[in-house]
Design a protein around this ligand. Structure first.
Ligand code: AMP
Ligand code: GLY
Length: 421
């Protein structure tokens, strides 16, 4: 098969490398891709939101299957656009991607179907939102922009002043554009966070191996929130008992709720969970593979990913026996110094071979470009160095040993990925 993967990050590199393992896959195109991806797949210079040219490219080049990885094109109906030209696609339609694209939608869905989540109220009026936080008078308060905001639309306000400012910036000053015109204000929850990606075709839901993200920029969970500085799989807090409870109270009810709403979800449904003292609760849904969760989950997948994606498209996921390795995986993200605020790009990356790889690990490229056989930094998150091991400690040791040998100017990475307190 000729496959087109849409997106350009470490997650997309992981998808491309996994799909290339499949005997069903002949060739992969990636739009727009990055330096590491272009070492193994054909780059296509089309922007992820350009539906018209994306579809045109696929039709003209005989693409037989499309994987849409990022949230924005999913929410904008990229899958629907391919459906019109009858090219099989992996990912939810826009009417199901709304589970991530609108927090007001997802919170109301959970309330309606009794799926455990933080208590909340939604607001379209700034004065009413401010009156509500003042009346609650409980901090930290959690303020969320309704729409997509590059993972930055959640403010944990430590005081009334911070809460009022966050609401004002979102609702009146357009900090997140249209995404912040409506806000959700919710109860602050505590407990370990777990990411569970799942495969679903709307009839069957198959959770993948659990993982743990590290969202803050610096060690000890200090510094700003980022897209993710590293991940481990499996998540040590996610016991088989908790997994069984989540299946019963969260995963199946969510799949059924989307069906009941006339929005069947097909693709990868991501559950961001918090294991609170009162049981597991949903912090957020994503309508796609997580980044950098995918960089530890997919290397542990033993079953042919293309076969799974085809089965989901054809709504016969129940026929596939999805298996994961019992090893552990760790991913350390090498970022540009200054990320997530401001950073420079264009530095040469040393320590990679001609395919952009390094010994004993898988190097997933996020923000890189390939020029004249050399790799250069081209983004905030540059590389994700993933290692497998018999347990977490071994995989972390291998990932860090390899990470130390890959260098570029101002490289920054956390030294405490996978450290469990
Ligand atoms: P989200 O974009 O919804 O995943 O939120 C980003 C991060 O904010 C989460 O990973 C949590 O660490 C934190 N967060 C979100 N909602 C809550 C909540 N209700 N209580 C505590 N922390 C939260
Ligand atoms: N790593 C979190 C996300 O993909 O949203």
């Amino acid at each position: 098969m000729k496959v087109l993967v849409i997106g350009s990050g470490g997650r997309e590199h992981a998808l491309v490398l996994k799909l290339l393992e499949s005997p069903l896959v002949d060739e992969i195109w990636c739009a727009p891709g990055n330096g590491g991806i272009s070492a193994v797949a054909h780059p296509v210079p089309i922007k992820v939101m350009d539906k018209e040219n994306m579809v045109k490219f696929a039709v003209e080049n005989g693409i037989e299957f499309v994987v849409v990885a990022p949230d924005d094109p999913l929410a904008a109906g990229m899958v629907d656009a391919f459906e019109e030209v009858h090219i099989p696609t992996f990912g939810p339609r826009a009417n199901a991607a709304v589970i991530e694209a609108s927090k007001v939608f997802s919170k109301n869905l959970m309330k309606k179907y009794g799926i455990p989540t933080a208590q909340y109220e939604t607001f379209e009026d700034e004065a009413a939102a401010i009156a509500y936080v003042k009346a609650q008078n409980s901090y930290p308060a959690v303020i969320k922009a309704d729409g997509l905001a590059l993972g930055k639309g959640v403010i944990i306000a430590q005081s009334e002043a911070e809460a009022v400012e966050a609401i004002h910036e979102m609702m009146s000053e357009g900090k997140f554009g249209d995404s912040g015109r409506r806000v959700v204000i919710e109860e602050f929850l505590t407990g370990p966070e777990v990411s569970v990606l799942s495969f679903t075709d709307g009839h069957t839901i198959v959770p993948m191996i659990s993982s743990k993200d590290h969202k803050r920029a610096n060690d000890n969970d200090e510094g700003l929130n980022t897209g993710g500085m590293g991940t481990i799989a499996p998540n040590p807090y996610y016991t088989p008992e908790i997994a069984a409870e989540c299946m019963e109270t969260i995963f199946l009810p969510t799949m059924k709720a989307m069906n009941a709403e006339g929005r069947p979800f097909k693709g990868c449904l991501y559950f961001g969970l918090m294991l609170t003292p009162k049981g597991p609760k949903v912090i957020e849904y994503n309508c796609r593979f997580g980044d950098p969760e995918t960089q530890v989950v997919l290397p542990l997948l033993k079953t042919d990913l293309m076969e799974i994606m085809l089965a989901i498209y054809e709504e016969r996921l129940s026929e596939v026996d999805v298996q994961f390795s019992d090893e552990a995986a760790s991913c350390v993200v090498l970022a540009s110094g200054g990320y997530p605020v401001s950073y420079k790009s264009g530095y040469e990356i040393h320590g990679l071979d001609e395919k952009g790889q390094a010994e004993g690990v898988i190097v997933y490229h996020a923000g890189t470009k390939l020029e004249n056989g050399k790799f250069y930094t081209a983004g905030g998150r540059v590389l994700g160095v993933t290692a497998l091991g018999k347990d977490r400690e071994e995989s972390l040791r291998k990932a860090y040993a390899a990470a130390e040998k890959i260098t570029f100017t101002d490289v920054h990475y956390r030294r405490d990925i996978g450290k469990i307190k």
